[in-house]
Ligand binder design. Structure first.
Ligand code: 3PG
Length: 391
């Protein structure tokens, strides 16, 4: 990794500007999951302990630039940090056009950077303004590494020193290990509702993995591509040829897609809907597939037990409803019990990990959603590209 690291720098009495991803879910002013804040704290603490004057900013939501909205304010995040850190925490709302002082050993939180006009379009003047506030720019927002914005890219161009924070490095190392130097067999589990949103990752992974496991609505499109009737299940007709191509690619490489022989159906997606187990050959016109069946899941479990690397993005059924959660639950426990290096990413995946209480048994859980997908798709993320350029 040709990137400067925060932990290798002398930070004493330096002004350090950290771009974190503190984009946490907030309901009625309360943070419902502080995971991203907790993951960002090691970098913030490290800089404070080294005697730096530390500033941190983040986006929260997608507010309109130039317009303050209290629901997108970092205020609840500041309250969380005040309770969590043993350092003084100051909050500054208007930090672009009004001078402010920073002090060693103090954390200054700078309000949602997406309120700033020019942030999203990586405005050069704004990026230079950000850079003028600091001696060292620290990119720690891996979850936003796929965005070329003034606080994720432009500032890294113009700051005297640009480096990666502790979380950023950990994310990058985990993704590189799983995707570029995998121990084999390497398997990928790609679930979720739509092939269209995961077509590139499915295509990229089909060239790397020994087994590709598909679940959720994505599996329906693949089942259709294999020639089975899927009744009224959600699928993407126009992507059936793409699914066929992916299957062919896997077969040509002697990689495989575990056999889907049975499924769990309902007639409508409803919390009170009865679950009916069916052989894949017996799907009726009005059936909707909401989970994989026991035999199909057992095939998946066998793959997981043999794997040395597991990349997991997305559930394999509607696990939010108990009657359709068995497939995802069984698979989640199999991944947790495996000795393989397991890398999980994406909001639904993290929700499944939490629901089935296995967070401590997954090798690495990424804080990123879109950035995780884009990295796994093989794209060069702008934040990585600029840090490498500045190395
Ligand atoms: C995320 O939630 O995936 C990251 O915080 C990035 O947010 P964005 O998609 O609004 O850039």
């Amino acid at each position: 990794m040709n990137i400067k690291r925060l932990v290798d720098l002398n930070l004493k009495d330096r002004r350090v500007f950290i771009r974190s991803d503190l984009n946490v879910p907030i309901q009625d002013g309360k943070i419902t999951s502080p995971k991203r804040i907790l993951a960002s704290i090691p970098t913030i603490k490290f800089a404070l302990q080294q005697g730096a004057s530390v500033m941190v900013t983040s986006h929260l939501g997608r507010p309109e630039e130039g317009k303050f909205s209290s629901e997108d304010s970092l205020k609840p995040v500041v309250e969380f940090l005040k309770n969590y850190l043993d350092y003084p925490v100051k909050f500054i709302s208007n930090w672009v056009n009004k001078p402010f002082n920073v002090t060693p050993g103090q954390l200054t939180v700078l309000e949602n950077c997406r309120f700033n006009i020019g942030e999203k379009h990586n405005d050069e003047v704004l990026a230079k303004k950000y850079a003028s506030l600091t001696d060292i720019f620290v990119m720690d927002a891996f979850g936003t590494a796929h965005r070329k914005e003034a606080s994720t890219y432009g500032i890294a161009q113009y700051a005297d020193i640009a480096c990666a924070g502790i979380l950023f490095v950990a994310e990058l190392e985990a993704l590189e290990k799983a995707l570029f130097e995998p121990s084999r067999p390497m398997i990928a589990i790609v679930g979720g509702s739509k092939v269209s949103s995961k077509l590139i990752i499915l295509d990229t992974l089909s060239e790397k993995v020994d087994q590709l496991i598909v679940g959720g609505g994505i599996a329906n499109t693949f089942i259709k591509a294999m020639g089975f009737d899927i009744g009224s299940s959600m699928y993407e007709e126009d992507l059936v040829p793409a699914a066929k191509k992916i299957i062919d690619k896997l077969v040509k490489r002697s990689a495989s897609l575990p056999v889907i022989s049975d499924v769990v159906c309902g007639k409508k997606l409803d919390a009170n809907e009865s679950a009916i187990k069916k052989n894949i050959k017996d799907i009726n016109k009005d059936d909707m597939i909401f989970d994989l069946g026991e035999d199909s899941v057992n095939e998946i479990v066998k793959c997981i037990q043999k794997a040395k690397t597991i990349i997991w993005n997305g559930p394999i059924g509607v696990f939010e409803f108990a009657q359709f959660s068995k497939g995802t639950e069984t698979m989640t426990h199999a991944i947790a019990s495996s000795d393989a290096f397991s890398l999980a990413g994406g909001g639904d995946t993290v929700a499944a990990i939490e629901k089935f209480n296995v967070a401590n048994d997954i090798s690495y859980i990424s804080t990123a959603g879109g950035a995780f997908l884009e990295f796994a798709e093989g794209k060069k993320l702008p934040a990585i590209e600029i840090l490498e350029k500045r190395f």
